[in-house]
Design a protein. Structure first.
Length: 530
């Protein structure tokens, strides 16, 4: 009986499902600080352009007036919660306690504990709180740092606090050079002197044992070691001058760098009422600051998830911002895998250690419809590009280098789609001047086909692209497994002819062409003999 050979071809090659490349975020911003009131770099810039300190103050605190303060001294908290304090002077000084007793002590350092016991002239004296340390011809000292005025040591709640009682102008001598570089223009230093003086009085505690802190809770105060002759001149030239509004001392907030425009108080601090002199004004010379622009800072999704923690619902997918009239961010809208959440700008700023709330968040995200494509086929790349400026698609064929492929034109919402047809395994990524996104890799599967079966002892076919001496393995299905039954190599043309004893069953050919092309498989061949 004559035998004929029937080859039944089935399309079986399936591609792996789409893989989403996790987004990459870029944070850029402007300025350093809260942005309210006087930016120090901006004031310096105005001074360099010939503005007087009065004109600069008028610009940053519009509607305020110059006035003279009658207050001559302040009380500054230097330390608290201590079980002992070391104090003294480089010259003879006086100690006076709360009972009115006083002693003159030689220059040097003494230690006072919570028992308020002090050895004087060989005798142990028990003092009564508060204890005053009054200088003679020198300065009082606390922990080795010298201060003008006197010190008051108070015992309360089982611990000691130390307060510096100092003249207002002397206090400013220890503040201004630590808030603004003393080498800056004289007019800028005068601006800082008036702003610091006004802020000290506006922020004074109305009651209690002290008026001000010695750190950023009030203003940074360094005592005698901070003083500089140049800032002392600015303080003297503006002696007792403050800024008021409607007869009340103005809150003359200041900060390092505005980024080009100051902020209205209600646009920065949640719940703050609008203030007629704490408004947003242009800051044209702020560009001299090294913090005028900052970033971009690149964050992976995992890094932001770690920083933001429970502020994101599930896995972070996207971030958007809402912006107020002062160009600062009000809130960050976080799209998570389990839902959206809202993060306040201040919370986001602190979490990431940003310099201000004037920031923008860019995002790049790229995914491919197929992680594997057959040779000659196209696949679609889709993704998201927003707030990163002009962006483009780059590719890197396996064994090659990165090259620009084409510019991207996102829709209004930042989404885009573009087709690619890789010839070998290729990696793609989004790029812009901000940086690059995470890459996606598309594998290319070689085309392998059998010719019509005419001989039960041989299977022939062709591999594309042609590779001489590429290995082709003939496999036969046995249950759920594939068994290799024969092997051969291609000719220079890519064709192969491999001897194999065919019997009824399902066969396939598998070609290996190296790393640039992934395994290629023929469609299934159902062999039937009659």
């Amino acid at each position: 009986m004559q035998r004929t050979f029937i080859a039944v071809v089935l399309v079986v090659l399936g591609f792996a499902p789409s893989a989403l490349a996790t987004p990459v975020f870029f944070v850029t911003g402007h300025g350093w600080g809260h942005g309210i009131g006087m930016p120090q770099y901006g004031a310096y810039g105005f001074a360099q352009h010939g503005w007087t300190y009065t004109q600069i103050l008028d610009h940053y605190y519009p509607g305020t007036q110059a006035a003279q303060t009658p207050i001559s001294g302040v009380r500054v908290l230097l330390d608290s919660g201590r079980f002992s304090v070391g104090f003294g002077s480089t010259a003879p000084f006086t100690v006076e306690d709360g009972a009115g007793k006083s002693w003159t002590l030689p220059a040097g350092t003494r230690t006072l504990g919570t028992g308020l016991k002090l050895t004087i002239n060989g005798n142990v004296q028990t003092l009564t709180s508060p204890v005053r340390v009054i200088p003679g011809s020198g300065f009082v000292a606390l922990g080795g740092r010298e201060y003008r005025g006197s010190l008051t040591i108070l015992l309360a709640g089982g611990t000691l606090s130390v307060v510096n009682n100092v003249g207002l102008e002397s206090y400013l001598s220890g503040v201004v050079p630590w808030e603004m570089p003393a080498r800056w223009s004289p007019e800028a230093l005068k601006v800082q002197a008036v702003a610091a003086r006004s802020y000290a009085l506006a922020s004074k505690k109305p009651t209690g044992s002290y008026d001000l802190f010695d750190d950023t809770r009030s203003q940074v105060y360094g005592g005698v070691v901070a003083e500089d002759p140049r800032t002392n001149v600015a303080i003297s030239d503006t002696a007792a001058e403050i800024r008021t509004y409607d007869g009340v001392v103005a809150w003359t907030f200041f900060h390092s760098t505005s980024g080009g425009r100051t902020a209205a108080v209600q646009d920065v601090w949640a719940g703050a009422a609008p203030n007629p002199y704490l408004v947003s004004v242009p800051d044209p010379y702020d560009s001299i600051s090294p913090y005028h622009n900052w970033g971009p800072f690149r964050y992976s999704r995992a890094a932001l998830d770690a920083e933001l923690g429970s502020s994101v619902a599930g896995r972070l997918l996207d971030l958007k911002t809402t912006v107020n009239a002062s160009r600062r961010v009000d809130e960050v809208l976080a799209k998570g895998s389990t839902g959206p959440t809202s993060i306040s700008a201040s919370t986001f700023k602190v979490a990431l250690g940003l310099r201000s709330t004037w920031f923008r968040i860019g995002v790049m995200d790229l995914k491919t419809a197929q992680r594997q494509v057959s040779l000659g086929s196209r696949t679609k790349l889709t993704g998201l590009v927003r707030q990163v400026g002009k962006a483009w698609l780059e590719r890197k064929p396996e064994g090659g280098s990165w090259a620009r492929l084409r510019d991207l034109t996102p829709a209004a919402d930042g989404t885009f789609a573009t087709n690619v047809r890789p010839r070998v395994a290729t990696v793609y990524r989004i790029a812009s001047k901000r940086g690059v996104g995470r890459p996606v890799r598309v594998l290319v599967i070689a085309k392998v086909n059998f010719y019509e079966v005419t001989d039960s002892s041989r299977l022939a076919g062709i591999v594309r692209p042609s590779r001489p001496r590429a290995t082709v393995v003939i496999q036969r299905r046995s249950g759920t497994r594939w068994l290799s039954v024969a092997k051969g190599r291609t000719r220079a043309s890519g064709e192969f002819s491999i001897r194999v004893a065919l019997r009824p069953g399902v066969y396939r050919g598998v070609a290996t062409l190296g790393s640039r092309l992934t395994l290629g498989r023929t469609p299934l061949l159902h062999f039937v003999s009659e």
